[in-house]
Design a binder for this molecule. Structure first.
Ligand code: SF4
Length: 492
């Protein structure tokens, strides 16, 4: 059996996780249903596993987590039985090697001294070093994931101090990597923290419930689209190096613990990972994507009466719209996506692998026949899928296909939590732009330039991570590549 994820593996880089925390001061309110709604909105950040941890100030923490999409893991029958006014939620993407349900989150840490649940988005690059250190001190691990290492450090620190702010300050100093973490204590408080470079997004919001909408519920989430799905309002974006305490019956408190001289927000969140409806650190993802398209259009004009602008669904849509508006060209949905072909889709046999792109995308012949197609996508990783799409458009009558890519060439791997192929597999690491154009069979190929990327996002280079474009890795210690490669292949 050939799974689509194997066939099209890493056609796009993949985000690892989405996190969510919900707290209502009214203990008679059960928040599991809101976790379900919020996680559905964050589903794009991880489709392999989903989970919830729930409690109230007087009950032990209950965890449900399984492999699968949110709507299959958190079925209404399960949600109805989950009582509690405080909860954590998580959606996860992991590689095949790590698909065991034990590696799903939230992770529940239980000991005689302290109980808590934790949900995490990111990657700890000094994971192996930390794990070995902890093992040498007698700590035993039951999973392969860095969440357990983080939880163990928290528990070990809790043995020394019960001050959670102090615990997280120590944690931030020990961890190297990208992390947005939400933790739920057994007393029913929520804490959130974001790494000092701010790789991953994290925001705070609230929404109202009850007959007259007088009961406030507080939310912590990877993206604002989760708060929108709950009809809430965004209160703030967690700052890099900041700790947020959502305290039962005592409001929200924030404290910046570690301030790095620069930030390193993952630019790919804007280009591809995040929901276009989200705002990241106050910047609209949709606006950025449209600006990326408009800047590309400025750079290179194609003048023909026959020209149409077509997005690669769904990720190229906003950029294609920006391109079309800026170039005064018609925007056409020339490729239709089969929404039922998901990562879990199973093909009946190996020999059918080649037809997966044809199954996933159907060209609208009437629109593309005889046209010069400007095809907009957000990135090219290996080039395999792009080549198939270009061929598909030509087979269905496109006169020419001009590929425009809204981010600069990806030439280097990511060691901060994004599932990229190795350098050998990245097409832009091995071929020039002209060679790539020839390789994928396009009539022309233009990438976004770094200046255009920064202009579209509106943050200068000191505020973003762009390491997969230029190898300027922003971590405080140089990443230990062998250990990380090892970690990616064995532990995730
Ligand atoms: S290397 Fe690229 S994908 Fe990884 S965090 Fe940096 S910008 Fe994001």
């Amino acid at each position: 059996m050939a799974r689509l994820e194997e066939t099209n593996r890493q056609e796009k880089p993949r985000e690892h996780c989405g996190v969510l925390g919900i707290l209502c001061d009214d203990k008679s309110q059960h928040v599991a249903k809101y976790v379900y709604t919020g996680l559905m909105a964050l589903q794009h950040r991880g489709q392999e596993a989903a989970g919830i941890a729930i409690t109230d100030p007087y009950k032990p923490i209950t965890v449900i987590k399984e492999n699968g999409l949110v709507n299959s893991v958190l079925k209404p029958s399960k949600i109805r039985g989950l009582l509690g006014n405080v909860a954590l939620g998580h959606v996860r993407y992991g590689t095949v090697a790590s698909s065991s349900v034990e590696n799903a989150q939230p992770f529940l840490y239980e000991s005689n001294e302290v109980n808590f649940a934790i949900a995490f988005n990111g990657t700890i690059t000094n994971y192996n070093i930390l794990r070995k250190k902890l093992e040498s001190k007698g700590h035993v691990f039951t999973t392969d994931v860095d969440t357990e290492v983080i939880a163990t450090i928290i528990a070990a620190t809790h043995a020394v101090t019960h001050d959670w702010t102090e615990i997280f300050t120590i944690l931030m100093k020990i961890l190297d990597g990208s992390f947005s973490i939400i933790l739920m204590t057994e007393n029913g408080d929520l804490y959130a923290l974001r790494d000092p470079l701010g790789f991953k997004p994290l925001c705070i919001g609230s929404f109202m419930i009850g007959d007259e909408e007088k009961i406030e519920v507080k939310v912590l989430a990877s993206e604002t689209c989760a708060i929108d799905a709950l009809s809430g309002r965004v209160l703030a974006h967690v700052k890099p190096g900041e700790i947020v305490h959502v305290e039962y019956n005592n409001g929200i408190h924030t404290e910046t613990i570690l301030k790095a001289p620069q930030k390193a927000f993952c630019f790919f969140e804007f280009v591809y990972f995040a929901n276009a409806a989200s705002e990241l650190d106050g910047i609209s993802v949709y606006d950025v994507r449209k600006r990326l398209g408009a800047i590309l259009a400025r750079k290179n004009r194609i003048n023909s009466d026959n020209t149409i602008v077509v997005p690669c669904p769904d990720s190229g849509r906003s950029a294609a719209l920006g391109y079309a508006q800026s170039a005064h060209l018609p925007f056409e949905e020339g490729l239709m996506k089969n929404r039922y072909i998901t990562r879990t889709f199973i093909m009946p046999g190996q020999d059918q692998r080649r037809s997966l792109v044809n199954l996933k995308l159907t060209p609208v012949k009437k629109i593309i026949k005889g046209k010069d197609v400007i095809l907009i996508d957000d990135s090219i990783v290996r080039g395999t899928t792009t080549r198939k799409i270009v061929r598909l458009l030509k087979q269905h009558g496109a006169r020419s296909v001009h590929l425009r890519i809204s981010c600069p060439p990806i030439r280097y791997p990511c060691y901060m939590g994004i599932d990229f192929p190795t350098r050998e597999e990245l097409i832009a690491a091995n071929l020039t732009v002209d060679e790539i154009c020839k390789n994928i069979g396009a009539d022309s190929l233009v990438y976004q330039e770094m200046d255009g990327l920064l202009e579209a996002i509106g943050i200068d280079a000191t505020g973003l991570c762009t390491a997969c474009l230029n190898s300027k890795y922003p971590l405080k210690n140089p990443p230990q590549l062998e250990i990380l490669e090892d970690s990616f292949t064995k532990n995730r």
